[in-house]
Design a protein around this ligand. Structure first.
Ligand code: FE2
Ligand code: FE2
Length: 449
């Protein structure tokens, strides 16, 4: 037997010779090899017909000298039918030249002379079967790799699509969550504003005090470059800082600590603790509650309720304390000089009751918020009905609904939203029809001025 391993799978062998004795002898020779499935044809034509039915023949052994079709002619045509089959020619010495020509044209893998040597013939067939098997295996593996590559590409495409789908879903969920968060924030802010409205309805002497303080602390916080969340917290604390006064007696409302003593002073001072307690049921308002508690602590430690001093007072509480004091002072002076006089009156307080580090931010913020108090010659006051409001007009006095709810604060510059809100409220809870506004001369309406 040959040194070359026989292939792992069965290989079909086709033997073609017009002499039956020869094909029988060849079949006998090959019958001991289990991996060979031997087929016989007695002419070239018969061989071609068999190949048409068995296209997976791996090795063809053909005699050269046959009537009607020579071995070379047969193998040339067989090559067209089964190009991968390995072809061997058996030839006599007289036909060697034709055999060599056939080898050179690529029609024949090898030729063997008759009479053949069994060992050499077996070795040649084994090598041919092995070559066929290698080529077939190579093709099979290539096809497998191609198929796996295609599957991998399809899998990749599906995965990519899935990632895109999931990214889209996550984005949509994120958008929905952001909308819900915004709605929650809006309703939280609206609730705080509503509570502030209640406080202001209670304190007739200072009907827009809470909103004024809230606006001023927000501007001061922006000047100090505090983070947005801190600014929002400070604004809410500004709106609610005197919520503890709701339960205060009429007699004490609007008084300042310096005007009170004994039991009344104690009652007044309690409004900060009561305010913190009132909102402590809402965990989200915890930090706001701390600012409410300490908004009357003084920088030198002489305030209440805990006599904290310096930087041990939360920064937000120090800002509210300064804005609160400034806002109260503002009301004590005539409007034309209120801003300058109120700021001047705080001069002695910086470093004593108020944090000196907040002086510049508060003065700057106050000038920004209350700039409308200094009316220039280019603007003038006029009165308009709710329908006559236009964007850019500035409210000259606090605007209340018919039953006394503060709608907008003095100084508000109207935009489309504010105008719509005022007109809507006018339908529900009508107020005195004329609204005092400031406007530049060029903007003054002809009729209602
Ligand atoms: Fe207060
Ligand atoms: Fe206050």
């Amino acid at each position: 037997m040959s040194d070359i391993d026989t292939p792992e799978n069965e290989v079909k062998i086709l033997l073609v010779d017009d002499e039956v004795n020869i094909t029988k002898a060849l079949r006998r020779l090959l019958m001991d090899v289990d991996e060979y499935d031997v087929h016989i044809a007695n002419s070239g034509q018969e061989g071609l017909e068999l190949l048409a039915e068995e296209p997976d023949v791996g090795v063809i052994v053909s005699d050269q000298r046959m009537p009607e079709m020579t071995g070379v002619e047969f193998l040339q045509q067989a090559r067209k039918l089964v190009p991968d089959a390995v072809r061997i020619l058996l030839t006599g010495y007289a036909d060697i030249e034709a055999s060599i020509a056939a080898i050179n044209e690529g029609a024949v893998f090898r030729y063997l002379t008759k009479p053949w040597d069994d060992e050499k013939l077996l070795a040649a067939i084994a090598e041919a079967a092995h070559n066929y098997w290698l080529v077939a295996e190579n093709k099979r593996l290539n096809a497998l790799v191609f198929k796996q590559k295609e599957e991998l590409e399809q899998w990749n495409d599906r995965l990519k699509q899935r990632v895109l789908d999931q990214t889209g879903q996550i984005r949509a969920k994120g958008d929905a969550l952001a909308r819900t968060n915004q709605q929650l924030r809006n309703s939280f802010n609206a609730t705080i504003e509503a509570l502030a409205g209640l406080i202001e309805m209670r304190d007739h002497a200072a009907p827009s005090h809470s909103r004024n303080v809230a606006e001023l602390v927000t501007v001061v916080a922006a000047g100090l470059k505090l983070e947005d969340a801190e600014k929002m917290r400070l604004r809410s604390a500004g709106l609610l800082h005197d919520i503890g006064k709701i339960a205060m007696s009429d007699q004490l409302l609007g008084k300042l600590p310096g005007e009170l003593e004994g039991k009344n002073l104690h009652e007044y001072q309690n409004h900060v603790v009561r305010g913190q307690a009132a909102i402590s049921m809402v965990p989200e308002l915890d930090e706001i509650g701390i600012l409410i508690r300490h908004h009357h602590e003084y920088f030198d430690g002489s305030g209440f309720p805990d006599q904290l001093a310096g930087e041990s007072i939360p920064l937000g509480a120090r800002i509210i304390c300064a804005a609160d004091m400034f806002e109260r002072r503002l009301a004590q002076f005539p409007k034309s000089e209120a801003l300058t006089s109120a700021l001047a009156s705080l001069k002695e307080e910086w470093g004593k009751t108020l944090d000196p580090g907040l002086r510049h931010p508060l003065e700057k913020g106050a000038k920004k918020v209350y700039s409308y108090l200094n009316i220039s010659s280019k603007v003038r006051e006029c009165k308009v009905s709710p329908k006559g409001l236009e964007p850019g007009m500035q409210l000259q006095h606090d605007l209340f609904s018919g039953t006394g709810v503060l709608l907008l604060k003095q100084g508000t510059v109207f935009d489309e939203n504010a105008i719509a809100a005022v007109q809507r409220c006018f339908m529900i809870d009508p107020f005195e029809q004329e609204i005092a506004v400031l406007l530049r001369n060029a903007e003054a309406p002809e009729v209602e001025a």
